[in-house]
Ligand binder design. Structure first.
Ligand code: RB5
Length: 144
């Protein structure tokens, strides 16, 4: 299951990406927000991050204006490795190297088609399991 959330700025893009995920056959859960009324992105980052660390969700997707606020908030939750992305190389690398478990996207900086491409790479790329990367991720865990 993919846990999905946004603030008001990310609401429209989130709807497009939920549709894309459903078209691809993924099970999703939408943790809000459910309108374009102004709201606070940390509230939705928390819900999605908790769904991921609890194991209820396999991965998370968070959308705000830039993706940055969502990533700052989600990364405060122990066990979360959230990556804000805008290019395909980083989307692949953050899965292979960082085993990122939440993708953060910026609705004010990305076209829908690009966002879908980044989401596809994020979901389709496995963690490399390389010992160097496993060791570095363990050190990330020690930081929080
Ligand atoms: C909301 O105006 C905006 O600040 C938010 O969506 C996000 O971009 C924060 O990082």
């Amino acid at each position: 299951m993919i846990a999905v959330g946004s603030d008001h700025a990310g609401y429209e893009l989130k709807k497009e990406l939920l549709r894309h995920l459903k078209d691809r056959g993924f099970e999703t859960e939408d943790y809000g927000t459910y309108s374009e009324e102004s709201c606070d992105y940390p509230d939705y980052a928390k819900k999605v991050a908790e769904a991921v660390v609890s194991g209820k969700a396999d991965r998370g997707l968070l959308v705000c204006g830039t993706g940055i606020g969502m990533s700052i908030a989600a990364n405060k939750v122990k066990g979360i490795r959230a990556a804000v992305l805008s290019d395909e190389f980083s989307a692949q690398a953050t899965r292979e190297h960082n085993d990122a478990n939440i993708l953060c996207l910026g609705a004010r900086v990305l076209e829908t088609e690009k966002a879908e491409k980044l989401l596809d790479i994020f979901l389709d790329t496995p963690f490399s399991q390389g010992p160097n990367h496993v060791r570095r991720i363990s050190k990330l865990e020690e930081l929080s």
